[in-house]
Design a protein around this ligand. Sequence first.
Ligand SMILES: Cc1cc2nc3c(=O)[nH]c(=O)nc-3n(C[C@H](O)[C@H](O)[C@H](O)COP(=O)(O)O)c2cc1C
Length: 315
Amino acid sequence: MRIYTPICDLFGIQFPVIQGGMAWIAGGRLAAAVSEAGGMGTIGCGNAPAEWLKKQIDIARSVTTRNFAVNLVMTSPFLRENLELIVREKIPVIATGGGNPGPYMAGLKEAGIKVMPVVASVALAKRLERLGADAFVVEGVESGGHVGEMSTMCIVPMVVDEVRVPVVAAGGIADGRGLVAALALGAQGAQMGTRFICATETDVHPNYQEKVIKTRDRSTVVCGETTGHPVRAIQNPFTHEYLKAERSGADVETLTKLGIGRYPLAAVEGDMINGSILCGQVVGLVKQVQPAAQIVTEVMTEAVALLQRLGGLPC
Ligand SMILES: Cc1cc2nc3c(=O)[nH]c(=O)nc-3n(C[C@H](O)[C@H](O)[C@H](O)COP(=O)(O)O)c2cc1C
């Protein structure tokens, strides 16, 4: 038995398992390893320039001939040059986060590129579907990094009911149970970020992976609600300092200054005290560092076994 959904056809992949873009963590090596294993890998571009992205695309293509995606943050100062590069390189799929990809949609579609915005509300999904989005990642508040306010369990079926294009569920999914739950909610696949932090092929500092493995439930917090850019991370002295400032009414400028550079401090330099360790609530299910292919295979094997078991339930 295989799990094959329309998302597999749309993106030319074997399994409906997508590795979410993660700036500073998910480069060409990780994206290629996930795609080579049958899922869809994603290079997380964040605020990096086109020179960096080109290098990661070349790394990925030296490992795999399979399709992989690029995740672009719409607020990046290098957005335009990265979009041009993606068109030149004929990247088949882009996932967009952190803003509205509407103005670029027509050009990308003309170039034959599938556009999959990350959304956290029905209204945004409907608006972007009208502009031509090919699929959506619908992300719940459980996820690591920037978060919306709705839980995955609630927002996924709401978007599924309102759009015609396929939906990929994200936020709180780390194993086969999560994938089956996503399918039950009407999604055509699952995107995981937190679980892939602990893939062998990431570019993340080993301290970050060690921290993720040691962290259990009730250990993440959301900082930045008052700035309009809430972010989920593992509690540490930095989040305590930030939340203390936020609760005592610090203004957006002060909070922005306090937060600048904290994520790369954790992801690149491995500073678990002063850095921001972006991570999802599902962290308690991540128990080891392992190759990306093993993660994809485990998730798929668990999901297939679970579907078979559920199919046998009396009704
Ligand atoms: C460390 C980290 C960095 C992330 N960076 C990005 C990013 O650069 N762009 C983006 O659209 N999403 C980003 N995300 C979100 C992931 O792509 C993914 O949708 C999310 O992690 C799914 O939820 P999960 O953490 O529960 O698996 C990030 C998530 C994490 C954990």
